[in-house]
Write a protein that binds this ligand. Structure first.
Ligand code: RB5
Length: 142
């Protein structure tokens, strides 16, 4: 898979480690920043990732900030983006199985790195269930 990834300063450490993890698993990774620990504004990076996923430049995305909410709120302004916030593996599974989330968002300040890796693995491996869930997704876009 070609996966885009972004974070703000709060998610930088996990993003850096997840890039190495994903490359080690054979994925292509496109890093949309930030690459600095200086305080920054999450929309600057979320929009770059959102554009890339929406245009098909990457297959899917991963975003991290402190709570995950800033990234999720910003990404979900992009047509075609379904950014799902997850904080355990069950939610990471359901956000793909039921919501077909094309961006996985995680709250770096509230989950361990080990949990973040397990969520990424679960979300990548899970298939969208379709059926009634597709009908519901079809009703989302305004
Ligand atoms: C940064 O302090 C924090 O506000 C940000 O990472 C995120 O949690 C926003 O939603």
């Amino acid at each position: 898979m070609k996966i885009g990834i972004c974070s703000d300063h709060a998610g930088l450490d996990y993003k850096t480690r997840l890039i190495a993890y994903l490359l080690g698993k054979g994925h292509q990774v496109v890093n949309f920043g930030t690459d600095s620990s200086e305080s920054c504004d999450y929309p600057d990076f979320a929009h770059r990732l959102g554009n890339a996923v929406a245009s098909g430049d990457v297959d899917a995305g991963i975003a991290l900030c402190g709570t995950g909410n800033g990234m999720a709120i910003t990404l979900n302004h992009h047509h075609g983006i379904r950014a799902g916030l997850a904080w355990n593996t069950e939610i990471a599974r359901l956000v793909k199985e039921h919501n077909n989330a094309n961006v996985l968002v995680m709250p770096a300040r509230f989950v361990s790195y080990r949990m973040a890796v397990m969520m990424v693995r679960t979300w990548i491996e899970t298939e969208f269930a379709g059926g009634r869930h597709q009908r519901r997704i079809d009703k989302i876009e305004l």
